[in-house]
Write a protein of this length. Sequence first.
Length: 130
Amino acid sequence: MKYTKIPVTIDADEWNKVIIDVGHFRHPDISSQMPCKHCGKLMYHHGWIDTLEGGHIVCPGDFIITGVEGEKYPCKPTIFHNTYKKAIPNEQYITFVKKGELSKKTVDKIMDLLLMDKCNDINIDFTQKR
């Protein structure tokens, strides 16, 4: 079976050693001068974040995401940029009851929004309401 990720707006910040929820990475068996197996930078420059799975190393440039239930976890920049786009505050969402149902009123509303420059992006959800 295939699934589509539900569009959810999340909070995320690129880690730059000042995010409160991320501590400094320290491990008795791993030297701070050892290169990271993920990014190659010295472990001295890394952080650690407690997660629901126990915890993760945070590489410089990773994004710290706050999940839908308030949980925090790191995300590599390439994955982050391929999965998320910046939220636009005045983004308009238009939902239709049935797939393919485009009334003249709906088309007029879309055109008005675009012509008045009231939004930067329009997302159209063709899923059926329940």
